[in-house]
Design a protein around this ligand. Structure first.
Ligand SMILES: [Zn+2]
Length: 123
């Protein structure tokens, strides 16, 4: 399960950020995972539950937002979320499209208990 490795690197990154910024308590970690990233939401959650034990992040919750595969069509100027990767606009059938979302794997933000939610692009 390659999710275990990536869950571990998330944990390591957040622990570093926590130390650098002297955060006392991290309530939740908000992750954006594209459908094309190759990572399964459930598997990531399970792995994170396992590896966070006995660390400073034991009480932190991993919130995963799944990002659909999204095309931007240069012909009709519209965005479409699609189920499976294809390079054809579902609206006008043009092939002049650009993949604008679906590959991301980023830590979007952290919620900490004593300040505003903060943005942290750490991966
Ligand atoms: Zn189109």
């Amino acid at each position: 399960m390659h999710e275990l490795g990536v869950a571990h690197s998330i944990l390591t990154n957040i622990l570093e950020v926590r130390a650098q910024k002297k955060l006392t308590k991290i309530i939740s970690i908000n992750l954006r995972v594209g459908q094309l990233s190759g990572f399964q939401k459930e598997a990531l959650e399970t792995c994170f539950e396992i590896i966070k034990k006995d660390t400073e992040l034991e009480s932190a919750i991993l919130n995963i937002t799944e990002v659909p595969i999204t095309l931007m069509c240069k012909s009709c100027q519209k965005k479409s979320a699609i189920e499976q990767l294809s390079y054809q606009c579902p609206l006008c059938q043009s092939n002049d499209v650009e993949l604008v979302a679906g590959r991301e794997f980023t830590i979007d933000s952290l919620d900490v208990d004593d300040s505003q939610p903060m943005n942290n692009k750490v991966l």
